[in-house]
Design a protein around this ligand. Structure first.
Ligand code: TXA
Ligand code: MG
Length: 356
């Protein structure tokens, strides 16, 4: 079976195709669809068999829970036993939008959807195609990112087709997504809200709205024995086929070090991959150099990250070196994904110099 691909734009919905997508989902089938963050792989969240199909299509470990997508606030009440006041404040401010919140679940939500957990992750996306499709499907769509497990999340319908074209019923092509990194996840099952995955909505934005908010300890020290609370955050993820390392330090030192790796590879008759910002991209004479975006407009870096990682899979490189992008607003989210893609391999050029 090859997935049917239908195209539409957010301001010109194809109502007939949306109705068909809704029907496929109600019958237990799978439909990939755009959201403002990344493309999702949707199935009926209240149907255990549909959730099992999602895990199978992605090759995803079944202990890694799915996010339930809704298209109105009333739907939330059916899924969760209680909504704390602070969560209502966040919903008011950031929904619909790139925010996922975790609550204790009701029995309406099958354990197949939550990976066996008593809690459920819920998101109300702002993308109008996503909203229309969720409504057509009956209101509750479980959707992980629509990539094969372990690969970079899809930011275009073509990425979805590459990974899952043979495994699902329909792909709704709504063009490239806006943000390019998955939603911020905030856990409301403990006394203080905890960020389990950083995203476009930063820790600072959450603190401004709520006061005390913690970052999951498993994210801050990912190499320690503390496991991230979101099961999905423990896997090596977003990984390109080549070995990726992040080179960090003062700009000139980073450029010099990366050029050194490129020159050494050149002598062996090989090429390295290089991921650079617009501001430095012209300073790398050797290797396959890809511009990820501008430090001045950090959303561009978030937007292009997964595309660049996927593009390197088409290139003959066995090593990729990336600059670090600790930008002010989205730096936490960008570096969280980049570090995971690199299996936390960091080359610190200052440290190297100190050792000499
Ligand atoms: O932006 C997004 O959130 C995208 C789009 C499609 O909406 N979806 C997405 O889903 O990124 P996925 O499945 O790739 O990531 C869901 C993350 C995983 O790390 C999972 O472990 C965590 O959410 N998660 C889901 N339910 C959870 C729960 N009850 N407790 C803790 N973590 C949970
Ligand atoms: Mg994912």
């Amino acid at each position: 079976m090859r997935a049917e691909i239908v195209s539409m734009t957010a301001d010109r919905l194809d109502e007939e195709a949306i109705a068909r997508a809704g029907e496929i989902l109600k019958q237990g089938g799978l439909v990939a669809f755009p959201t403002e963050t990344v493309y999702g792989l949707g199935g009926n969240a209240l149907d255990p068999e549909a959730s099992k199909k999602i895990y199978a299509a992605k090759g995803r470990p079944s202990d890694n829970p799915l996010i339930v997508h809704i298209a109105d606030m009333e739907s939330l009440e059916r899924l969760v036993t209680e909504v704390p006041e602070k969560a209502r404040i966040l919903a008011e401010k950031f929904w619909p939008g790139p925010l996922t919140m975790i609550f204790p679940k009701t029995e309406v939500v099958p354990f197949e959807t939550t990976g066996g957990l008593d809690s459920v992750a819920v998101r109300f996306p702002s993308d109008s195609i996503a909203q229309a499709m969720i409504r057509a499907a009956g209101g509750y769509v479980a959707a992980p990112s629509a990539n094969t497990s372990g690969r970079p999340s899809p930011t275009t319908a073509q990425h979805v087709e590459e990974d899952l074209g043979d495994a699902i019923d329909m792909i709704i092509d709504g063009g490239p997504v806006g943000i390019g990194l998955e939603s911020t996840i905030v856990d409301f099952t403990e006394d203080v809200p905890v960020v389990l995955r950083p995203g476009y909505i930063s820790l600072e934005m959450l603190k401004e709205t709520l006061g005390e908010v913690r970052m999951d300890k498993g994210l801050i020290s990912p190499d320690s024995s503390i496991r991230p609370k979101a099961p999905g955050m423990k896997y090596r993820h977003y990984a390109p086929k080549a070995d990726l390392a992040i080179v960090e330090g003062e700009t000139d030192a980073v450029v010099e070090a990366v050029n050194g790796f490129a020159a050494a590879a050149d002598e062996r008759g090989e090429q390295v991959g290089i991921i650079a910002a617009e501001e430095t991209v012209s300073r790398y004479p050797k290797g396959i150099v890809k511009c990820i975006g501008s430090r001045e407009e950090e959303e561009t870096i978030a937007h292009n990250l997964y595309e660049v990682l996927r593009e390197f899979d088409q290139c003959q490189v066995s090593e990729i070196y990336s600059e670090a992008f600790y930008t002010p607003k989205m730096g936490q989210a960008i570096m969280n994904r980049l570090l995971k893609a690199a299996g936390h391999k960091i080359i610190s050029v200052q440290e190297e110099k100190e050792k000499c």
